[in-house]
Design a protein around this ligand. Sequence first.
Ligand SMILES: Nc1nc2c(ncn2[C@@H]2O[C@H](COP(=O)(O)OP(=O)(O)OP(=O)(O)O)[C@@H](O)[C@H]2O)c(=O)[nH]1
Ligand SMILES: [Mg+2]
Length: 438
Amino acid sequence: MIDRLPAPEIAGVVIPWFTPADRPGPDRLSETAGLVEALGCELGFLRPDHVRDVNPSYLLSGGLLDRMAGDIEAHNCTLAVIDGSLTPVQQRNLEKRLGVKVIDRTGLILEIFGLRARTKEGRLQVELARILYERSRLVRTWTHLERQRGGGGFLSGPGESQLEADRRMLDEKILRLRRDLEDVKRTREVQRAGRRRSGKPVVALVGYTNAGKSSLFNRLTGADVLAKDMPFATLDPTIRRLDLPTLGEAALIDTVGFITDLPTHLIDSFQATLEESLQADLLVHVRDRASASDLDQADDVMQVLERLESESGLPLPPMIEVWNKMDLLPPERAASLEALAAYGAEPPAVAVSALTGAGIDALLALIEAALLRGRTAYIFRLPPEQGRARAWLHQHGEVTSETTGEDGAVELGVRLSAERAGQFRAEFPGVDGEVVKG
Ligand SMILES: Nc1nc2c(ncn2[C@@H]2O[C@H](COP(=O)(O)OP(=O)(O)OP(=O)(O)O)[C@@H](O)[C@H]2O)c(=O)[nH]1
Ligand SMILES: [Mg+2]
């Protein structure tokens, strides 16, 4: 017998827009097409629709709805995607009217995350996001579970007690998932503490999905992470050794990308993964400078980061920007961006192409300069009885040299941030360090 893959779903996609300001440009269209493709669907049709009067029952109004129904039939679509936000009621009504499954942007992104999750933590996080999403929709409607039970019920579906039971069931699942995630998080914290003890700086790549983080990661570390023209190619964080010209060994983190309207529940459940970046010594914000949506994308990335900052209470690490995909720009435009970066952008930036390798040396130099900024080099002379101070400096500073004299005293060259230097002085009041050079 021959195994056959199930036929791919054919998706009919509408991007609703309401005011000229949110009219989707070509980049948004290709982003949406990319999302649908990432789900493994064939594209039946894709178009932006101007919704002049919102019909609260369907979102789309009269003519638009008829046209969508016609196109769904004409293209044999098995799935309708509304690249916007649907209320549970609208989703249910559209499903009835169109006769196919309907998902909105959040649903679409959650599905893709579900397909991509590989590690245990990734899978737990996606599962949690899905259930949180379901739980939030249960407040207003109960279509999903109602359908699972075979539907029915008198007029309006299940009664309040059934709804309560559904809620309770989801709450229990949520509790269990959070507990499992706590376990995974503890393991991760042990690993992170190990890295911190080693004193090696940690650099994290962040940025919009498809900006080129993984391509850059591979280029910088010689790794072979999947880099693909597809949103959310990366879901689980990867860490590799990064060799810097003078600082030597550092750690580089590649992680999940952001997207406009990143579902809240995903941010909540991916908190642990995202916080990994917040604990880095340096954030490298990778931007696709060849995308027409670059500025909006950069804003969206900053919004997510700021939200994480305020939710976790962890201050954002210093940040630099990588202006990627220079090879795709007309030479004059690339040259002017390079000049802008070289003469001082805020945050500091460097223009590169992860594809050709142009600008990579300048990037390494900028990473190094940013890591060193705000750190001062000290030399401490520690008598043998100051073993604890020595251990502290190894743990919290970046030790650049260490020699032991005949009397057993240790001379330690170490770089410390102002904060760490203050902590050291408070903890070891008797030990003085000589400042070498900024
Ligand atoms: N022309 C060009 N293409 C690039 C460059 N950097 C990355 N790409 C392409 O952009 C696409 C996305 O690259 P990735 O490295 O997977 O992007 P990412 O930021 O890791 O994306 P996600 O993991 O999906 O969030 C791939 O097709 C890359 O080949 C570049 O400098 N120039
Ligand atoms: Mg990636």
